[in-house]
Design a protein around this ligand. Structure first.
Ligand SMILES: [Zn+2]
Length: 491
């Protein structure tokens, strides 16, 4: 535990118990839309895992409404710090500060839109970048992140012309991922556009600026250039079971990860011989054109054929077999669908999985506790043979729990004033015998940032745990498993 702010000794009038709030309505359980629609973007929960009312009160699904006029960039440029950007992008980079302001004058825990931190010197490692899209215009996005009642922010916003607007210093924790643990450790980059229109709205200038920025941030913070560290919001796990169905799915299937990793100078390539026990999903973006529908209106509309970044996974090696289901998105057990917001049965470009079985042109991978089958189309690529590391439940365990965050054990909080955060698994398990790609141990920690003036005892400190967790590629999203539950194998 490390103190980074002077405690202001005062009579504490707020008890954490009184801040408990009803859970986000179950009606919010339809898969979320992209970017700005974040509810509970902070990902903060009470000690028992309940999302807070004010932080959960975000703007609901759908494009953001115009909230107020866009900031005057010229005026801001004169008063704001130098943006953190690589040299070759300096002229395209502006600092437009997100709101950092108390909302309720009687409640200093009610504020937006980010948290001060001194990453990484306060003990919080920056280990990932999360790619988003805004689902709204540049002006609306900047205004939204400057409105403290939005309870949402990102470190950077990138416009179609490649211009970069930094809104939160990278040492601070922006509220973008919908998972406090992931927010603690990541940098969020928004791209102006709509996931459904990604093919045209994600422009070459945008990809170039974004990749140059990510490459520079990766170098600055030693972030590995792979798909367990360079994430889409659609790869971020929910912190708790009740939030899985509402997790956002931006930047969606039309974000060109292949182009992005080429621009990063870290192209995805084969690293093993044929019939390897491990694969990287690697369809060629332009020729990979799966059927995708948009069911935001009824009836669903089939989107135009176009390049996409994923392969569908089926329950059996057959084109007529149902798509894999997901227990959070389809509580009745119905199969996954081709709806653009349904991530039940989609494995993304660059993600790695252990091979469960092969049959002719079909490869079966362990995915979300099941076998998912994808087909190598005639004359096309679907995956690369790959080396890597995987975890498997220890012999004798029939199944193991899967977590959405790597929080410390209760004992780690003793001796301090930070409320113990519950360690609760998601609704998934990994049956014995299954294997999942791991990028290694994840930090076991919790950053307690509860009030804007840090007036609670130990406010703005990091609790470090002794329990060890591996970060894994579980389904389209990451997850965490306890090291004590698994063995690690090299492939
Ligand atoms: Zn997002």
């Amino acid at each position: 535990m490390k103190q980074i702010y002077l405690k202001i000794l005062a009579i504490v009038t707020i008890t954490l118990g009184s801040m408990a709030a009803p859970i986000v309505s179950a009606a919010n359980s339809s898969p979320g839309s992209g970017g700005l629609a974040d509810y509970n973007a902070s990902g903060k929960t009470t000690a028992d895992g309940t999302p807070l009312t004010h932080w959960a009160a975000g703007r609901g699904a759908g494009p953001v409404a115009t909230l107020k006029s866009a900031p005057d960039l010229t005026a801001l440029a004169a008063t704001t710090p130098e943006p953190e950007c690589p040299l070759e992008l300096k002229r395209k980079c502006h600092f437009v500060p997100a709101a950092y302001q108390q909302v309720d004058p009687n409640d200093s825990s009610n504020y937006g839109n980010y948290d001060l931190a001194e990453r990484p010197s306060n003990g919080l490692k920056v280990n990932s970048v999360v790619i988003h899209d805004t689902e709204g215009s540049l002006a609306d996005t900047l205004a939204h992140f400057q409105d403290p009642t939005a309870y949402v922010s990102a470190h950077y916003v990138i416009d179609a012309d490649g211009s970069i607007y930094q809104m939160v210093a990278t040492k601070n924790v922006a509220w973008h991922a919908g998972n406090w643990y992931v927010n603690q450790h990541s940098i969020g980059i928004e791209h102006v556009g709509h996931a459904v229109q990604g093919q045209t709205e994600y422009t070459p200038q945008m990809y170039r600026s974004s990749a140059l920025l990510t490459k520079w941030l990766a170098s600055k913070y030693s972030i590995p250039l792979d798909r367990q560290h360079i994430l889409g919001h659609d790869n971020v796990p929910a912190p708790i079971a009740g939030l899985v169905a509402g997790m956002h799915w931006d930047p969606g299937p039309y974000w060109n990860w292949q182009r992005y990793f080429n621009l990063l100078g870290a192209p995805i390539v084969p690293t093993a011989g044929p019939n390897s026990s491990f694969v990287t999903i690697a369809p060629t973006f332009s020729s990979n054109q799966p059927v995708v529908t948009d069911c935001s209106t009824s009836p669903c509309v089939t989107l135009p054929s176009q390049g996409a970044n994923f392969v569908y996974l089926r329950t059996a090696p057959s084109d007529s077999a149902p798509l894999l289901s997901d227990p959070a998105l389809h509580t009745d057990g119905a199969p996954g669908t081709t709806d653009i917001k349904d991530w039940s049965a989609t494995a993304d470009y660059g993600q790695q999985f252990a091979v469960a079985a092969r049959q002719q042109d079909w490869t079966g991978i362990w995915f979300g506790g099941q076998i998912g089958w994808f087909k190598k189309p005639q004359g096309h690529l679907a995956s690369y043979p790959t080396r890597g590391q995987s975890i498997t439940p220890k012999t004798g365990l029939s199944s193991i729990p899967v977590y959405g965050r790597a929080y410390p054990e209760a004992g780690a909080y003793s001796g301090g004033a930070v409320p113990v955060q519950s360690v609760v698994p998601l609704q998934y398990t990994i049956p014995g015998g299954q294997s999942y790609a791991t990028s290694g141990l994840a930090p076991t920690d919790y950053y307690y940032a509860w009030t804007i003036d840090a007036h609670l005892p130990d406010d703005h400190t990091v609790v470090i745990g002794q329990d060890k967790y591996y970060q894994i590629q579980f389904n389209q999203r990451l997850a965490y498993v306890k090291a004590s539950d698994v063995v690690v194998d090299a492939h």
